[in-house]
Every structure is written in C-alpha cells, then in structure tokens.
Design a protein around this ligand. Structure first.
Ligand code: AP5
Length: 207
C-alpha cells in the first residue's frame, strides 16, 4: 500500500480530486484543512488555536499540524494527504513517521485559482465542495449530497485568498523542488476539467 501527497496552490482542486480518486485507490483521504475546520466548528482547544491563523490565511504552526497528522495516520494502510505537508519542516517531520511513495503536483496558474476560489461554495453541514461556475449543485444553494445550505468559506474573501497565495509561494511551493529531488514528483496539468485531472491522477495511483 502506498502513501501519496497531493500538492498544489489554494484552489488547485486538491480536495475535489482527492474525493474522486481516494476510494478507488484504497487510500484514506486526509485533508488537514478539513480536519482543522472540524476542530474549529467543534470549538476544541486545537480549533481555538488554529482559528486565528486560518482566518488570516496563515499556516497553523508546524508542530500542531504534525501531531494532528501523526495521530490520524497511525495504523492506516495507505493515505492520500491533501494540504499536507505545507512547509519543508512538515515534510521533514512527516518523513520520520510515514514513508511517502508518490507526490502529485496539481499545477494551475494564479488567476485561475483566484477565479475558482471566488466562485467556490461549500456545504455548511457535510463540507462537500461546489462551484457556482464549474460544479453547480442540482438545486441552487443546496447540497446534492445532504440538502445542507451552501455558503462561501470565510477564508475565500479576496484579501485572505491573496494572503494564502503569498504563503503558498513562500512556504509551500519549495516542496515541489524538494520532492522532485527525491524522484517522487509527478506533475499534472490541473487547468483542465475535474474529470480529466482526476483521470490522470487515478492513472498515476494505479501505476
Ligand atoms: P486548506 O483547506 O487545505 O486550503 P487550501 O490548500 O488553500 O486549499 P483549498 O481547500 O482552498 O483548495 P483545493 O485545492 O482543495 O481546491 P478545491 O477542490 O476546493 O487549508 C485551509 C487553511 O487551513 C490554511 O490556510 C491554513 O490556515 C490551514 N492549514 C491546512 N493545512 C495546513 C497545514 N498542513 N499546515 C498549516 N496550516 C494548514 O477546488 C476549489 C474550487 O475550484 C471549488 O469550487 C471546485 O469546485 C473548483 N474546481 C476544482 N477543480 C476544478 C477544475 N479542474 N476546473 C474548474 N473548477 C474546479
């Protein structure tokens, strides 16, 4: 069983693609963003600590995220990591408790991700992701899966998106080179439709 890292800027489609490919590949989909949002929603100690960082578009401290991931991958037989690692320190910490076998980089330009995030909607109840331009729900404003109300993510405002992208450029983009040097990197053109991107990623996971 293999462990996979999914890299890409905010809005590249990491969550969208992970949901489509993880099950078929027999991998546990672990999104650190989803886990952190759940902690915030439940008002846990971790959530209260993470909240201010997330609202500003900053990264939650490495030690906090590393401990959270380590606990969740324990005993798992293959994971698809979405949104983690995000810094070189996280990549080095991860290497101490989980081997990484393949890293998929979803490559897409800044203007496209800014457009996608501006039109993203998420289900308040189950977190399912939609887009009012490219992935519309069957009934406007309601989740296809559970009927929950759709809303904009609080960190999808133009100011916070700009900050998230800066943080990505500074802290996370260096991971592309880091994993390329290890011979683990597979680049996928993520500017195409979700079906095309998911098909390419699924093929990489099968190979
Ligand atoms: P996180 O939730 O991980 O945010 P992100 O990396 O900025 O990624 P997104 O969830 O915004 O985008 P995505 O790539 O998953 O795109 P999606 O599929 O939704 O993190 C949030 C915050 O938590 C961080 O800012 C930080 O504070 C904290 N955090 C999380 N992990 C951390 C870590 N490891 N360390 C420290 N802090 C951490 O798609 C976007 C939109 O585009 C959707 O509307 C979708 O429908 C649409 N779309 C998707 N694919 C396509 C396509 N191919 N064509 C057209 N539209 C598409």
């Amino acid at each position: 069983m293999r462990n996979v890292v999914l890299l890409g800027p905010p809005g590249a489609g990491k969550g969208t693609i992970a949901v489509r490919v993880a099950k078929e590949a027999g991998l546990l989909h672990l999104s650190t963003g989803d886990v952190l949002r759940d902690e915030v929603a439940r008002g846990t100690e971790l959530g209260q600590r993470a909240r201010t960082f997330m609202e500003r578009g900053e990264l939650v401290p490495d030690a906090v995220v590393l401990a959270m991931v380590q606990e969740r991958v324990k005993g798992q037989q293959g994971v698809l990591l979405d949104g983690f690692p995000r810094t070189l320190a996280q990549a080095e910490g991860l290497a101490e408790f989980l081997p990484v076998h393949v890293v998929v980089n979803l490559a897409v330009a800044k203007d496209e991700v800014v457009r996608r995030l501006g039109s993203r909607r998420v289900c308040r109840a189950c977190g399912a992701v939609y887009n009012v331009v490219t992935q519309r729900p069957r009934t406007e404003g309601l989740c296809d899966r559970c009927g929950g109300e759709l809303r904009q993510r609080p960190d999808d405002t133009p100011e916070v998106v700009a900050r998230r992208y800066e943080v990505y450029e500074k802290d996370s983009r260096p991971l592309v080179e880091h994993y390329a040097r290890q011979g683990l990197l597979k680049a996928v053109d993520a500017a195409r439709s979700p079906d095309q991107v998911a098909a390419d990623v699924a093929k990489i996971l099968r190979s």
